[in-house]
Ligand binder design. Structure first.
Ligand SMILES: Cc1ncc(COP(=O)(O)O)c(C=O)c1O
Length: 395
């Protein structure tokens, strides 16, 4: 029975469905038709969390006090582990009491930060294309979104000079993310210096998503906003356990940086949730303390897949630069069709699932994102299917 006298709030009615929810529908339909899908759509790492992480979760489950409500702001031990990790990784000193806040996954924090800081009509600068919560969170909060169009000729870097002065003057928050989902672009250190200068000049809160901090290859080391002088005065940085540690289903992330900004988010969250199950916080501590050999193993896994797929796609006419980081390839679609049509054709004719670039905003048109979440055997199978279906870049 439909209840036509009760409508969801306008903020929900005005939201389009989440791009990956739409992809899920297409996948279910293809499965119903008996198609064996090779799913390279979501950034959902294959395989389980490291054994040491699982073991520590099992041990933590045996401790009765872990079964009660956790502290709102995360356990002191997890916050200390986060700030120790930061210090090791970036030589940045952070206070575990106020400059680090565990989250129920970084998506939750990114979206709630928008609710904590944006009033309806506030101007928010967001990249286009971008990871959807970077623009959907502000949209839910009623922001006046100003998209910063990213372009291949600018190596997908935000062009700060292209933001009109009056918009910059009114802007309250700028979201950004390097290494980037979906473009896999990375930003040089000078870019961070410039963006901090820009934020200070216009009094803008910087929200940097460093979710792919550790998925970097060929000696490249992603930059933290907080290692830039002045970065902590104007910004916060989000991290996740989902990618490097195959813990996407565990829902653990964290935000670090400016104490005042984190306090606003904390105040909102104490009214919304009870924090992360303590068992998961213990497991996340174990993950952040794993030896570097774990990191090397993960990086080798994604680098090997990257090289294999780039080579195979080159044989089919594509020319794809070697990405320095992330778990994605950002690949041009054949010029003859839109990215949504091409993604649909791939599912229907080959069973390969990719994400059309427009799932990340209009600036993603002409591209698709391929997640490197299958082993080389399965990627080889995907390449064979493309050949059999005569799908090439030049079609
Ligand atoms: C840029 C970026 N930030 C955050 C997330 C979500 O991370 P979490 O699982 O911690 O919510 C993703 C997931 O794909 C992402 O690509």
């Amino acid at each position: 029975m439909t209840l036509d006298w009760i409508r969801p709030a306008d903020r929900v009615i005005s939201l389009p469905s989440y791009p990956f929810a739409r992809l899920d529908e297409l996948k279910s339909r293809a499965r119903e038709q008996g198609i064996d899908l090779i799913d390279l759509g979501m950034g959902n790492p294959d395989g389980s969390a490291p054994q040491a992480v699982i073991d520590s979760a099992i041990a933590a489950l045996q401790i009765p006090t872990n079964h009660g409500y956790p502290p709102f702001e995360g356990t002191a031990s997890f916050r200390r582990t986060i700030t120790d990790w930061y210090n090791r990784r970036y030589q940045v000193e952070l206070d575990p009491d106020g400059e680090a806040l565990p989250l129920l996954g970084s998506k939750e924090g990114l979206t709630h930060l928008a609710l904590a800081y944006i009033n309806p009509g506030d101007v928010v600068l967001v990249p286009n294309p971008a990871y959807p919560p970077h623009f959907r969170g502000p949209a839910i909060a009623g922001a006046d979104l100003h998209p910063m169009l990213l372009k291949p000729e600018n190596e997908w870097l935000i062009d700060l000079g292209a933001i009109p002065d009056d918009v910059a003057q009114r802007a309250k928050i700028l979201y950004f993310n390097y290494p980037s989902n979906p473009t896999a672009a990375v930003a040089p250190r000078e870019f961070y210096v410039d963006i901090v200068k820009f934020a200070k000049k216009h009094e803008i809160l910087l929200v940097h998503d460093l979710c792919y901090a550790e998925l970097a290859f060929d000696g490249y080391q992603p930059v933290s906003l907080l290692e830039i002088p002045g970065g902590k005065e104007v910004g916060v940085e989000f991290h996740t356990m989902s990618k490097t540690y195959n813990m996407a289903g565990w829902r653990v992330g964290f935000v670090v940086g400016n104490r005042h900004i984190i306090q606003g988010l904390r105040t909102l969250k104490t009214n919304l949730d009870y924090g992360i199950f303590s068992v998961l916080q213990t497991a996340a501590e174990t993950a952040l303390q794993l030896p570097d050999s774990h990191l090397q193993e993960v990086q080798t896994r994604y680098r090997t897949r990257r090289d294999f797929l780039i080579q195979g796609l080159e044989d089919l006419g594509w020319s794809i630069p070697k990405t320095k980081a992330t778990m994605y390839l950002w690949v041009a679609c054949p010029a003859s069709m839109s990215s949504a049509d091409f993604a649909l054709k791939l599912i229907q004719e080959t069973g390969i699932v990719v994400t059309p670039g427009t799932a990340f905003g209009s600036g993603g048109e002409g591209f698709m994102r391929i997640s490197l979440i299958a082993d080389c055997d399965r990627l080889g199978e995907a390449l064979d299917r493309l050949k059999q279906a005569n799908i090439t870049f030049a079609m």
